[in-house]
Design a protein around this ligand. Sequence first.
Ligand SMILES: [Zn+2]
Length: 77
Amino acid sequence: MRMGEHYPAGQKEAEAWCARCRRFTLHRVDHPVPPAKGGGRLGPCIDKDHPPLGLSRAQLKRKEKSEKDAQNPRLFE
Ligand SMILES: [Zn+2]
């Protein structure tokens, strides 16, 4: 993504590289009030798999583990 990229009014989301997801994801487009000439600015990643901010390393590890377990339902048979 180019720095300072602007988005037209009404555009609510845009695809951009997310460093935390390590792939292209949907990001929110923030529109300043009153509307700026340049349009909306790229906001935070809104991908459903985006790791939430504020999670400790231990919490992240637990989250990864529960996701791994969810992908291997055979473990519970
Ligand atoms: Zn993300």
